[in-house]
Design a protein around this ligand. Structure first.
Ligand code: UDP
Ligand code: MG
Length: 321
Protein backbone atom coordinates (compact mmCIF):
# COMPACT_ATOMS: atom_id res chain seq x y z
CA UNK A 1 0.00 0.00 0.00
CA UNK A 2 1.35 3.46 -0.94
CA UNK A 3 2.03 5.80 1.97
CA UNK A 4 -0.86 8.15 2.61
CA UNK A 5 -0.76 11.73 1.42
CA UNK A 6 -1.14 14.29 4.17
CA UNK A 7 -3.52 17.24 4.29
CA UNK A 8 -4.15 19.70 7.12
CA UNK A 9 -7.18 21.90 7.65
CA UNK A 10 -6.29 25.29 9.12
CA UNK A 11 -8.98 27.26 10.93
CA UNK A 12 -8.39 30.65 12.59
CA UNK A 13 -10.79 31.33 15.46
CA UNK A 14 -11.48 34.55 17.27
CA UNK A 15 -14.36 34.47 19.75
CA UNK A 16 -16.05 31.58 18.00
CA UNK A 17 -17.55 29.75 20.98
CA UNK A 18 -20.96 29.68 19.27
CA UNK A 19 -19.58 28.26 16.04
CA UNK A 20 -17.07 25.67 17.25
CA UNK A 21 -19.42 22.77 18.14
CA UNK A 22 -21.20 22.89 14.77
CA UNK A 23 -17.91 23.45 12.95
CA UNK A 24 -16.21 20.42 14.45
CA UNK A 25 -19.27 18.28 13.85
CA UNK A 26 -19.16 19.23 10.16
CA UNK A 27 -15.41 18.68 10.06
CA UNK A 28 -15.79 15.17 11.54
CA UNK A 29 -18.44 14.37 8.93
CA UNK A 30 -16.10 15.68 6.25
CA UNK A 31 -13.23 13.49 7.48
CA UNK A 32 -15.46 10.46 7.16
CA UNK A 33 -16.53 11.47 3.65
CA UNK A 34 -12.93 12.04 2.60
CA UNK A 35 -12.07 8.56 3.89
CA UNK A 36 -14.82 7.08 1.69
CA UNK A 37 -14.31 9.23 -1.40
CA UNK A 38 -10.72 8.77 -2.52
CA UNK A 39 -8.91 5.66 -3.63
CA UNK A 40 -5.61 7.18 -2.47
CA UNK A 41 -5.12 6.96 1.30
CA UNK A 42 -5.27 10.44 2.83
CA UNK A 43 -4.12 11.33 6.32
CA UNK A 44 -5.86 14.37 7.77
CA UNK A 45 -4.69 16.92 10.28
CA UNK A 46 -6.48 19.83 11.94
CA UNK A 47 -4.82 23.03 13.08
CA UNK A 48 -6.97 25.44 15.06
CA UNK A 49 -5.46 28.82 15.81
CA UNK A 50 -7.14 30.58 18.71
CA UNK A 51 -6.42 34.22 17.93
CA UNK A 52 -6.59 35.57 21.48
CA UNK A 53 -10.28 34.86 22.02
CA UNK A 54 -11.80 36.38 25.13
CA UNK A 55 -14.71 33.95 25.27
CA UNK A 56 -14.67 30.18 25.85
CA UNK A 57 -13.13 29.32 22.47
CA UNK A 58 -9.93 27.90 23.98
CA UNK A 59 -11.48 25.52 26.50
CA UNK A 60 -14.25 24.53 24.12
CA UNK A 61 -11.80 23.84 21.29
CA UNK A 62 -9.53 21.79 23.58
CA UNK A 63 -12.45 19.70 24.78
CA UNK A 64 -13.99 19.22 21.31
CA UNK A 65 -10.65 18.37 19.68
CA UNK A 66 -9.99 15.68 22.28
CA UNK A 67 -13.08 13.78 21.18
CA UNK A 68 -12.87 14.59 17.46
CA UNK A 69 -12.45 11.47 15.32
CA UNK A 70 -11.00 11.07 11.83
CA UNK A 71 -7.90 13.23 12.22
CA UNK A 72 -4.37 11.89 12.68
CA UNK A 73 -2.99 15.19 13.90
CA UNK A 74 -4.90 17.70 16.01
CA UNK A 75 -3.16 20.89 17.05
CA UNK A 76 -4.43 23.90 18.95
CA UNK A 77 -2.29 27.03 18.84
CA UNK A 78 -3.17 29.77 21.31
CA UNK A 79 -1.88 33.23 20.51
CA UNK A 80 -1.11 35.54 23.44
CA UNK A 81 -3.69 38.11 22.27
CA UNK A 82 -5.78 38.96 19.23
CA UNK A 83 -3.29 39.57 16.42
CA UNK A 84 -5.78 39.46 13.53
CA UNK A 85 -6.72 36.82 11.02
CA UNK A 86 -3.63 37.29 8.83
CA UNK A 87 -1.31 36.63 11.77
CA UNK A 88 -3.39 33.62 12.84
CA UNK A 89 -3.15 32.18 9.32
CA UNK A 90 0.60 32.70 9.31
CA UNK A 91 0.98 30.94 12.66
CA UNK A 92 -1.06 28.02 11.33
CA UNK A 93 0.79 27.77 8.02
CA UNK A 94 4.13 27.73 9.85
CA UNK A 95 2.84 24.84 11.94
CA UNK A 96 1.65 22.85 8.92
CA UNK A 97 3.97 19.96 7.98
CA UNK A 98 1.64 18.28 5.50
CA UNK A 99 1.69 18.10 1.72
CA UNK A 100 -1.30 20.43 1.50
CA UNK A 101 -3.27 22.80 3.69
CA UNK A 102 -6.89 23.88 3.42
CA UNK A 103 -7.75 27.21 4.99
CA UNK A 104 -11.32 27.77 6.10
CA UNK A 105 -13.29 30.04 8.43
CA UNK A 106 -14.70 28.83 11.71
CA UNK A 107 -18.23 30.10 11.10
CA UNK A 108 -19.18 27.53 8.41
CA UNK A 109 -19.50 30.29 5.82
CA UNK A 110 -16.89 28.27 3.90
CA UNK A 111 -18.88 25.06 3.31
CA UNK A 112 -16.67 22.07 4.23
CA UNK A 113 -18.30 19.80 1.61
CA UNK A 114 -16.47 21.86 -1.06
CA UNK A 115 -13.22 20.45 0.27
CA UNK A 116 -13.81 17.12 -1.50
CA UNK A 117 -13.80 18.91 -4.85
CA UNK A 118 -10.72 20.90 -3.82
CA UNK A 119 -8.80 17.75 -2.86
CA UNK A 120 -9.79 16.15 -6.14
CA UNK A 121 -8.27 19.05 -8.07
CA UNK A 122 -5.16 18.91 -5.89
CA UNK A 123 -4.75 15.21 -6.65
CA UNK A 124 -4.94 16.28 -10.31
CA UNK A 125 -1.86 18.37 -9.72
CA UNK A 126 -3.29 21.84 -9.10
CA UNK A 127 -1.12 23.67 -6.58
CA UNK A 128 -3.70 26.20 -5.40
CA UNK A 129 -7.46 25.70 -5.42
CA UNK A 130 -9.48 28.88 -4.79
CA UNK A 131 -13.04 28.76 -3.54
CA UNK A 132 -14.84 31.58 -5.30
CA UNK A 133 -18.22 33.05 -4.38
CA UNK A 134 -20.66 32.80 -7.26
CA UNK A 135 -22.19 36.16 -6.41
CA UNK A 136 -22.47 38.70 -3.64
CA UNK A 137 -26.26 38.97 -3.72
CA UNK A 138 -26.41 38.51 0.06
CA UNK A 139 -24.15 41.48 0.74
CA UNK A 140 -25.46 45.01 1.15
CA UNK A 141 -25.22 47.18 -1.97
CA UNK A 142 -22.54 49.35 -0.34
CA UNK A 143 -20.32 46.34 0.41
CA UNK A 144 -20.81 44.98 -3.11
CA UNK A 145 -19.82 48.29 -4.69
CA UNK A 146 -16.81 48.87 -2.45
CA UNK A 147 -15.58 45.29 -2.96
CA UNK A 148 -15.85 45.71 -6.72
CA UNK A 149 -14.02 49.04 -6.57
CA UNK A 150 -11.27 47.46 -4.48
CA UNK A 151 -10.66 44.63 -6.96
CA UNK A 152 -10.57 47.12 -9.85
CA UNK A 153 -8.14 49.49 -8.10
CA UNK A 154 -5.92 46.64 -6.89
CA UNK A 155 -5.81 45.16 -10.37
CA UNK A 156 -4.94 48.52 -11.96
CA UNK A 157 -2.28 49.45 -9.40
CA UNK A 158 -0.54 46.13 -8.81
CA UNK A 159 -0.97 44.44 -12.20
CA UNK A 160 -1.70 41.34 -10.15
CA UNK A 161 -4.99 39.62 -10.75
CA UNK A 162 -6.41 38.48 -7.42
CA UNK A 163 -9.32 36.12 -7.78
CA UNK A 164 -12.47 38.22 -7.80
CA UNK A 165 -14.90 37.31 -4.97
CA UNK A 166 -12.58 34.85 -3.28
CA UNK A 167 -12.07 34.75 0.46
CA UNK A 168 -9.17 32.95 2.14
CA UNK A 169 -10.95 29.61 1.67
CA UNK A 170 -8.39 27.67 -0.38
CA UNK A 171 -6.26 24.61 -0.72
CA UNK A 172 -2.52 25.22 -0.89
CA UNK A 173 -0.01 22.62 -1.99
CA UNK A 174 3.28 22.37 -0.06
CA UNK A 175 5.12 24.33 -2.78
CA UNK A 176 2.61 27.18 -2.47
CA UNK A 177 2.81 27.14 1.35
CA UNK A 178 6.61 27.33 1.21
CA UNK A 179 6.45 30.14 -1.33
CA UNK A 180 4.03 32.11 0.85
CA UNK A 181 6.14 31.51 3.95
CA UNK A 182 9.20 32.76 2.11
CA UNK A 183 7.59 36.22 1.98
CA UNK A 184 8.98 37.82 5.10
CA UNK A 185 7.00 41.02 5.34
CA UNK A 186 5.08 41.60 8.53
CA UNK A 187 2.14 43.45 6.96
CA UNK A 188 0.50 40.50 5.27
CA UNK A 189 -2.22 40.50 2.66
CA UNK A 190 -2.81 36.82 1.92
CA UNK A 191 -5.13 37.36 -1.03
CA UNK A 192 -2.22 39.11 -2.73
CA UNK A 193 0.27 36.35 -1.85
CA UNK A 194 -2.02 33.66 -3.27
CA UNK A 195 -1.95 35.42 -6.64
CA UNK A 196 1.66 36.58 -6.43
CA UNK A 197 3.20 33.12 -5.89
CA UNK A 198 1.70 31.86 -9.17
CA UNK A 199 1.53 28.05 -9.76
CA UNK A 200 -1.18 26.11 -11.50
CA UNK A 201 -4.46 27.25 -9.92
CA UNK A 202 -8.06 26.07 -10.18
CA UNK A 203 -11.34 27.51 -8.92
CA UNK A 204 -14.36 25.92 -7.33
CA UNK A 205 -17.55 27.98 -7.07
CA UNK A 206 -20.01 28.23 -4.22
CA UNK A 207 -22.79 30.33 -2.80
CA UNK A 208 -21.72 31.73 0.54
CA UNK A 209 -24.25 31.12 3.30
CA UNK A 210 -24.78 33.78 5.96
CA UNK A 211 -23.01 33.41 9.31
CA UNK A 212 -25.13 31.18 11.56
CA UNK A 213 -23.75 32.04 14.98
CA UNK A 214 -21.69 34.84 16.45
CA UNK A 215 -20.89 38.06 14.64
CA UNK A 216 -18.47 39.11 11.93
CA UNK A 217 -15.18 40.57 13.16
CA UNK A 218 -14.72 42.64 10.03
CA UNK A 219 -16.36 46.02 10.41
CA UNK A 220 -16.17 48.77 7.78
CA UNK A 221 -13.08 50.49 9.24
CA UNK A 222 -11.16 47.19 9.49
CA UNK A 223 -12.04 46.32 5.90
CA UNK A 224 -10.94 49.78 4.73
CA UNK A 225 -7.55 49.34 6.43
CA UNK A 226 -7.27 45.83 5.03
CA UNK A 227 -7.89 47.21 1.54
CA UNK A 228 -5.21 49.89 2.07
CA UNK A 229 -2.75 47.24 3.28
CA UNK A 230 -3.46 45.25 0.13
CA UNK A 231 -2.88 48.14 -2.24
CA UNK A 232 0.14 49.66 -0.49
CA UNK A 233 1.81 46.24 0.00
CA UNK A 234 1.59 45.30 -3.64
CA UNK A 235 2.03 48.57 -5.51
CA UNK A 236 4.03 51.78 -5.49
CA UNK A 237 1.75 53.38 -8.08
CA UNK A 238 -0.04 55.57 -5.46
CA UNK A 239 3.37 57.21 -4.86
CA UNK A 240 4.18 57.71 -8.50
CA UNK A 241 0.81 59.31 -9.28
CA UNK A 242 2.03 62.45 -7.48
CA UNK A 243 4.88 63.02 -9.93
CA UNK A 244 2.42 63.07 -12.83
CA UNK A 245 -0.19 65.05 -10.94
CA UNK A 246 2.50 67.58 -9.95
CA UNK A 247 3.59 67.85 -13.58
CA UNK A 248 0.03 68.45 -14.78
CA UNK A 249 -0.64 71.09 -12.10
CA UNK A 250 2.66 72.82 -12.92
CA UNK A 251 1.76 72.95 -16.61
CA UNK A 252 -1.68 74.36 -15.86
CA UNK A 253 -0.13 76.94 -13.52
CA UNK A 254 2.36 77.90 -16.24
CA UNK A 255 -0.39 78.39 -18.85
CA UNK A 256 -2.53 80.39 -16.39
CA UNK A 257 0.54 82.49 -15.50
CA UNK A 258 1.20 83.25 -19.16
CA UNK A 259 -2.43 84.24 -19.70
CA UNK A 260 -2.30 86.53 -16.65
CA UNK A 261 0.94 88.10 -17.89
CA UNK A 262 -0.37 88.74 -21.40
CA UNK A 263 -3.60 90.17 -20.03
CA UNK A 264 -1.69 92.48 -17.69
CA UNK A 265 0.65 93.63 -20.50
CA UNK A 266 -2.12 94.34 -22.99
CA UNK A 267 -5.08 95.28 -20.83
CA UNK A 268 -3.41 96.79 -17.78
CA UNK A 269 -3.30 95.69 -14.16
CA UNK A 270 -6.41 93.93 -13.05
CA UNK A 271 -6.83 92.16 -9.69
CA UNK A 272 -10.00 90.20 -9.98
CA UNK A 273 -10.85 86.75 -8.73
CA UNK A 274 -10.86 86.43 -4.97
CA UNK A 275 -12.96 83.30 -5.48
CA UNK A 276 -10.67 81.70 -8.07
CA UNK A 277 -7.57 82.49 -5.99
CA UNK A 278 -9.16 81.06 -2.89
CA UNK A 279 -10.22 77.93 -4.76
CA UNK A 280 -6.79 77.41 -6.32
CA UNK A 281 -4.96 77.83 -2.98
CA UNK A 282 -7.25 75.52 -1.03
CA UNK A 283 -7.34 72.98 -3.87
CA UNK A 284 -3.56 72.84 -4.07
CA UNK A 285 -3.27 72.74 -0.27
CA UNK A 286 -5.64 69.78 -0.20
CA UNK A 287 -3.80 68.05 -2.99
CA UNK A 288 -0.50 68.42 -1.18
CA UNK A 289 -1.93 67.09 2.06
CA UNK A 290 -3.29 64.02 0.28
CA UNK A 291 0.15 63.55 -1.30
CA UNK A 292 1.81 63.78 2.10
CA UNK A 293 -0.78 61.35 3.43
CA UNK A 294 0.08 58.79 0.77
CA UNK A 295 3.78 59.26 1.53
CA UNK A 296 2.94 58.76 5.19
CA UNK A 297 1.17 55.49 4.44
CA UNK A 298 4.34 54.13 2.86
CA UNK A 299 6.71 55.57 5.47
CA UNK A 300 4.56 54.10 8.26
CA UNK A 301 4.76 50.72 6.60
CA UNK A 302 8.52 50.99 6.07
CA UNK A 303 8.84 51.87 9.77
CA UNK A 304 6.80 48.84 10.82
CA UNK A 305 8.76 46.53 8.52
CA UNK A 306 12.17 47.76 9.74
CA UNK A 307 11.31 46.90 13.34
CA UNK A 308 10.97 43.24 12.31
CA UNK A 309 8.72 42.42 15.22
CA UNK A 310 7.16 38.96 15.13
CA UNK A 311 3.68 39.04 13.63
CA UNK A 312 2.25 37.16 16.62
CA UNK A 313 3.26 35.57 19.91
CA UNK A 314 2.34 31.98 20.65
CA UNK A 315 1.23 31.38 24.22
CA UNK A 316 0.92 27.61 23.86
CA UNK A 317 0.77 24.88 21.26
CA UNK A 318 -1.11 21.74 22.24
CA UNK A 319 -1.01 18.53 20.27
CA UNK A 320 -4.06 16.46 21.14
CA UNK A 321 -4.16 12.70 20.94
N1 UDP B 1 -10.70 35.77 12.74
C1 UDP B 1 -9.49 35.68 13.43
N2 UDP B 1 -8.97 36.81 13.99
C2 UDP B 1 -9.58 38.03 13.89
C3 UDP B 1 -10.79 38.11 13.16
C4 UDP B 1 -11.31 36.97 12.60
O1 UDP B 1 -8.91 34.60 13.55
O2 UDP B 1 -9.06 38.99 14.43
C5 UDP B 1 -11.28 34.56 12.14
C6 UDP B 1 -12.72 34.29 12.55
O3 UDP B 1 -12.80 33.58 13.77
C7 UDP B 1 -13.24 33.48 11.36
C8 UDP B 1 -12.47 34.09 10.19
O4 UDP B 1 -11.32 34.74 10.74
O5 UDP B 1 -12.89 32.11 11.47
C9 UDP B 1 -13.31 35.05 9.39
O6 UDP B 1 -13.85 36.04 10.24
P1 UDP B 1 -15.33 36.60 10.08
O7 UDP B 1 -16.28 35.48 9.91
O8 UDP B 1 -15.58 37.54 11.21
O9 UDP B 1 -15.19 37.42 8.72
P2 UDP B 1 -16.27 37.57 7.52
O10 UDP B 1 -16.70 36.19 7.15
O11 UDP B 1 -17.37 38.39 8.07
O12 UDP B 1 -15.49 38.25 6.44
MG1 MG C 1 -17.47 34.81 8.39
Amino acid sequence: MSPSRTIDCLIPCFNEQESIPALLMEIARLAEEIGNSFSEPLSLGLILVNDGSTDDTQSLATHELEVLAGFDRKILINLSRNFGKEAALLAGLRQCRSEACIILDADLQDPPHLILEMINLWLNNYKIVNAVRMDRSDDLLFKRLTAKAFYKIFDRFSHLRIQFNSSDFRLLDRVAIDAILSCNESIRFSKGFFAWVGFKQANVYFKRPPRKDGATKWGGWKLWNYALDGIFSFSTSPLRIWSYLGLIVTLIAFVLGMVAMVRTLFFGVDVPGYASLFTAVTFLGGLQLVGIGVLGEYIGRVYIETKQRPQYIIESTTELE
